[in-house]
Design a protein around this ligand. Structure first.
Ligand code: 4AZ
Length: 263
């Protein structure tokens, strides 16, 4: 949805500068990867990741992910919440399957969107929802502002979501998870040019692609060492060689999130 549209718009913007590197990778004999599912890894459950929330419309159709960080607060992406109102969204916990009817459905009493947010490619892509109904699921810890070394290049990050399992594909009925390595700022800037704002974003993915977040995963968690360290934000397509996923660098926004969690 919105994130993928942005991703596609971004594709056009960066194509001229970044296409050469990707073309070189793809043109290498034998380098073309076989089609692989996105969020590649494997199916999982909200029992394994109890803080993993579906963000849905009023009819409980999921469109983004979110992370429970206290009984009544959910961290998600600002771009997921643009145009939404407290009456247009629900948060669903404890529901592994999109077509399930179990778990806890909460209305939202407040939507805080980072006031600096304009577009995911400009950064600031964070929002905090306040729930009308407490969730009885174990929340995730999130990074403090001082934990900047958590994004060490090559560190293993976990991504989770119900998003599409291929670019332009269908959403996964069951929750999925995968791990991807953190990509250096230098490398990510080579992929995305000035759309990559290092202060506000961190990239993760394999050079050869194949494992990534995709449409519908936006707003969901990037965990490092089990701690919420990023928010699925944008990227050029999904799982393409040379184009890692881009995540909100949560250390930059940790204090803002804490202010909302405590409000
Ligand atoms: C989206 O549209 C989206 N590959 C999420 C993540 C990525 C691209 C698009 C990154 O929600």
């Amino acid at each position: 949805m919105f994130g993928l549209n942005r991703a596609k718009k971004t594709a056009a913007v960066v194509a001229a500068t970044a296409a050469a590197a990707a073309t070189a990778l793809l043109a290498a004999p034998g380098a073309v990867a076989a089609p692989q599912p996105i969020v590649g890894g494997s199916t999982t459950t909200t029992t394994a990741y109890p803080f993993m929330m579906q963000i849905t419309d009023a009819s409980q159709n999921q469109f983004c992910g979110g992370t429970l960080v206290s009984a009544t607060k959910v961290v998600t992406a600002a771009h997921c919440m643009v145009g939404e109102t407290t009456s247009s969204v629900r948060v669903v916990g404890g529901r592994t399957y999109l077509n399930g009817t179990n778990g806890t459905v909460s209305k939202v009493s407040k939507i805080w969107i980072n006031p600096d947010y304009t577009d995911a490619t400009n950064g600031d892509d964070v929002a905090v929802l306040t729930l009308s109904t407490s969730m009885s699921y174990t929340p995730a810890s999130y990074v403090s502002s001082s934990q900047t070394s958590i994004y060490a290049t090559g560190a293993t990050a976990r991504i989770i979501g119900w998003g599409t399992t291929s670019e332009n594909g269908s959403s996964s009925n069951q929750l999925r998870t995968a791990t991807v390595p953190i990509v250096s700022n230098t490398s990510c800037a080579s992929s995305y040019g000035s759309d990559f704002v290092a202060s506000d974003m961190v990239c993760a993915g394999y050079t050869s692609g194949g494992v990534d977040t995709c449409q519908g995963d936006s707003g969901g968690p990037l965990l490092i060492g089990g701690v919420l360290a990023g928010i699925t934000s944008w990227g050029e397509g999904c799982a393409e060689a040379g184009y890692p996923g881009v995540y909100t660098r949560l250390t930059t926004f940790s204090s803002l999130v804490t202010a909302q969690v405590n409000s």
